[in-house]
Design a protein around this ligand. Structure first.
Ligand code: BES
Ligand code: MG
Ligand code: ZN
Length: 476
């Protein structure tokens, strides 16, 4: 989508125009009392979008009443996303947006909602052009919004698009090698250094978790290292991200048991996609932080060569793990990445993963489950960022008693807990591989959507990109 910014002195051409402001700001754009009364009566009926047509001009006036959402910014994004739906249903291509209230914040949230809602994944339709949204051109008329602010917003939104594209790609289009290739290409364009460890290097590093999960695969695993290191970063020790890159999760020999539970498992690299998206947003906006992302990648397949329940594997940090469920594979590849992170002596590590069905059962699609060893202040910062961008987090208990559930009779620990507290025992497993302040973010619920939810589109929502960007922006 092309987005252009003009000041309000510019003549607004005829066509479709959306006005953003309040009732008094709108009066000067209306031609008579009848229109004003009509607009007011519609607003009083709690209509958030009122359309007024005059010959060649189609005008939309908006307000942001919404009892279902408590967050004021989100109310604005929600109306923005609704407008996008309306424009596409009417096959409109070009839209003018007038900042009638001279409020750059409101315009920003509105454009964010509009832009994010206009995403589509259409490459697998023969008649792709027909499937694409018609809306593809936005002209903003504002005296309050700065060009830099708009650019920053669009960079983040495009990073969300990038992450959604990665997540939505099925295994047939994105295996571990193809993922690495995509990361390399993208890194090159954005001055992110991307290093991909080959299977041999992964072996030399003793990443037994990643290698075990990969045993059943037709293809080698990859271990991707993305580094953004600007000239004068604010942090001495790097921040780090780790993303789960399971490009397809069949469950392995502990094959996914319930009906349809495998259907969405191309999304099991959503963590990797979000981490790559966040790196892209950080680099495009030139944030002065030193940050490194690690993405272990493979599929989890059933084959004669696959790892099986009962196997004991030696992990990157030397711990032995008894595998009692090959479907608890995410924690095995993440554990190796987390212990590999140690060599960078990180300030803080955040991992993002579609790790457990339990997390999704607990809180659904409206937030992610977090836990870890970082200080309360860091959790509070993340929580605040989550509220701002409306990618909210819920902190779960992380008591040591849960470690009991991971005791193995034959090795240092086993890779599953019990039937209870599945999201937490997964986190407790990961903790054994960390020696620095760390937060685990289980995005199993919100990152995979079976239907769109406002501007979060169906399929991979890229939930987490905006959260991470906001969080790291607040670090500077
Ligand atoms: N990728 C799944 C978790 C998942 C489930 C993500 C549904 C998104 C939607 C993960 O690898 C997994 O299979 N977890 C198991 C763990 C269990 C075997 C301890 C689960 O949650 O059932
Ligand atoms: Mg699994
Ligand atoms: Zn998985």
């Amino acid at each position: 989508m092309t987005v252009k910014l003009y000041n309000k002195k510019t003549d607004i051409p005829e066509g479709v125009t959306v006005f953003i402001g309040n009732k008094t700001d709108y009066i000067k754009f209306l031609s008579d009392e009848k229109q004003i009364n009509y607009l007011n009566s519609q607003f009083e009926k709690d209509k958030n979008i009122v359309e007024i047509n005059l010959y060649n001009s189609q005008m939309y006036f908006v307000q942001f009443k919404n009892d279902k959402i408590s967050n004021e910014n989100e109310k604005i994004r929600a109306v923005g996303s609704k407008i996008t739906g309306l424009l596409n249903s009417e096959k409109i291509q070009k839209v003018h947006l007038v900042d009638a209230g001279n409020n750059s914040e409101t315009v920003k949230y509105f454009v964010e909602g509009m832009y994010l809602a206009n995403y589509s994944f259409t490459k697998y339709y023969k008649d792709e052009e027909k499937k694409k949204p018609t809306f593809d051109s936005l002209n903003i008329y504002s005296d309050s919004l700065k060009k830099e602010e708009l650019n920053e917003l669009l960079n983040v939104a495009n990073a969300v698009y990038f992450a959604r594209n990665l997540a939505n790609e099925p295994l047939s289009g994105l295996n571990a090698l193809q993922l690495s290739k995509k990361l390399k290409e993208t890194g090159k364009r954005k001055n992110i250094t991307v290093t991909v460890l080959s299977k041999q290097e992964i072996e030399e590093n003793g990443m037994g978790g990643l290698l075990a999960v990969n045993k059943g695969s037709e293809l080698p695993p990859t271990f991707n290292i993305l580094e953004w290191k600007p000239k004068n970063p604010v942090n001495k020790k790097p921040y780090m991200l780790v993303g789960k890159g399971i490009v397809f999760d069949s469950g392995g020999y502990s094959i996914k048991p319930t009906k349809n539970s495998m259907d969405l498992m191309k999304f099991d690299m959503a963590g990797a996609a979000v981490v790559a998206g966040a790196m892209s947003a950080i680099a495009d906006n030139n944030l002065p932080i030193h940050i490194i992302a690690l993405i272990p990648a493979t599929d989890n397949a059933v084959d004669a060569k696959s790892y099986v329940p009962g196997d004991v594997i030696k992990m990157h940090n030397g711990l032995f793990v008894e595998v009692l469920n090959t479907d608890a594979e995410g924690r095995l590849i993440l554990a190796d990445a987390l212990s590999y992170a140690q060599k960078y002596n990180p300030e803080l590590v955040l991992d993002l993963a579609t790790l457990t069905g339990a997390a999704a059962y607990c809180i659904g699609i409206h937030g992610s489950v977090v836990m870890g060893t970082a200080g309360n202040k860091v959790f509070e910062k993340l929580e605040k960022s989550g509220e701002t961008v409306y990618e909210r987090i819920v902190r779960f208990p992380f008591w040591d008693e849960y470690n009991e559930m991971l005791k193995s009779g034959i090795a240092d620990l086993k890779n599953i807990g019990g039937s209870e507290a599945g999201a937490i025992t997964a986190g407790k497993f990961l903790e054994r591989f960390t020696e620095y302040p760390w937060i685990h973010i289980d995005i199993a619920g919100p990152s995979i959507l079976s239907k769109k939810s406002a501007y979060r589109t169906e399929g991979g929502s890229a939930y987490g990109v905006r959260l991470l960007y906001e969080f790291f922006k607040n670090m500077i």
